[in-house]
Design a protein around this ligand. Structure first.
Ligand code: CUA
Length: 338
């Protein structure tokens, strides 16, 4: 059993070192220009650690047996005071190893922190518990779409707490902090779909804070962006509202099937009275819904915390109208999930 596990770990290291690029036991596929150097260093450190672990444990085992206490040998043996060759080698070899690790680690850090000047910029916002990605034309999506073989720079901020954007296939991870911008960049080298995680514990649904990275083939990213951006014109307001409901993070806190989550359900509320935290009640109409999006802390429904971030400046008027129309449509009993 133990031998099997060790064999598997070692063959993972070997295949990682020999076939850089392929997914291995240890790491996902390498899909960005920096991934190779990150992995190389990871395997180097892992290999050095395994070699030294074995040397230390094996020698320790031998010494344990060889110098154990025996009836005919109760006193400690005379041992040499020092050994110059040994002392120089245990100083020089580790020094060389950490210099190599520092050199390639620092070089890799500089590469990962310095985007090329012509990078395509996408704004990223993290909030409890979803991601939004704003493209240069103003369109906002819940997934990160990028062209292949083109440097992309992410300008990231948070609407509430600290999140961390992590794309394992690209080997990039950086904190997303409220009140300031942080950055990350990558150049995707393979068309496909990859996972994007939040890597900083940010509350109840932290582990659901997942998005996809879609790497488009040459020429297809622009077509996708053009088509996706026009949804307010091409869809009915209800459909556009449903799309916004899942794109902009509403579904993380508001159900459409009547169950209460972090926030109240949106199902069957339009035109009805709700009780507010202060004790009074209010009719859910267009004005109440609009105000709840722009000033969510003003009229909080009784039984809930004022935790919703404002959408002031983050939703256009047309988008707010579409969301209101979608919520109106949820008064019908048969309206299901997104
Ligand atoms: Cu956002 Cu964890």
């Amino acid at each position: 059993m133990m031998v099997e596990i060790i064999e598997r770990l070692l063959s993972g290291v070997a295949s990682g070192v020999l076939e850089l690029g392929e997914p291995s036991f240890w790491l996902p596929p390498q899909v960005s220009t920096v991934a190779r150097s990150v992995d190389w260093l990871f395997y180097f450190i892992l290999g050095v650690s395994i070699v030294f672990f074995l040397i230390i444990v094996v020698v320790m085992g031998i010494f344990l047996v060889k110098y154990r206490r025996r009836e005919d040998r109760l006193d400690a043996e005379e041992t040499p005071r020092h050994n110059l060759a040994l002392e120089i080698s245990w100083s020089v070899i580790p020094l060389a190893l950490v210099v190599i690790i520092f050199f390639f680690g620092f070089k890799g850090f500089l590469d990962i922190s310095t985007p090329p000047a012509n990078a395509y910029e996408i704004y990223v916002e993290g909030q409890k518990w979803n991601w939004s990605f704003a493209y240069p034309n103003g369109y906002v999506d819940a997934d990160l779409h990028v062209p292949v073989d083109r440097p992309v720079r992410l300008v990231m901020s948070s609407a509430d707490v600290i999140h961390s954007l992590y794309v394992p296939a690209f080997r990039i991870k950086n904190d997303v902090v409220p009140g300031r911008y942080s950055h990350a960049w990558f150049e995707a080298t393979e068309v496909g779909e990859y996972e994007l995680f939040c890597a900083e514990y940010c509350g109840t649904s932290h582990s659901d804070m997942i998005a996809h990275v879609v790497v488009h083939p040459p020429g297809e990213f622009e077509t996708w962006l053009e088509k996706a951006s026009n949804f307010l014109e091409t869809m009915t307001p209800v459909d556009a509202g449903r799309k916004l409901y899942s794109l902009r993070g509403c579904q993380q806190c508001h159900s459409v099937d009547g169950t209460a989550k972090v926030g109240p359900t949106l199902s069957g509320i339009f035109g009805h009275d709700v009780s507010l935290v202060g004790g009074q009640s209010i009719v859910v109409d267009e004005n109440y819904l609009r105000r709840s999006l722009l000033e969510p802390a003003v009229d909080v429904v009784a039984g809930y915390e004022p935790v919703m971030p404002t959408y002031q400046g983050r939703l256009k008027d047309g988008e707010i109208n579409a969301i209101i129309e979608y919520i109106k449509s949820l008064t019908d009993e048969e309206e299901g999930g997104p």
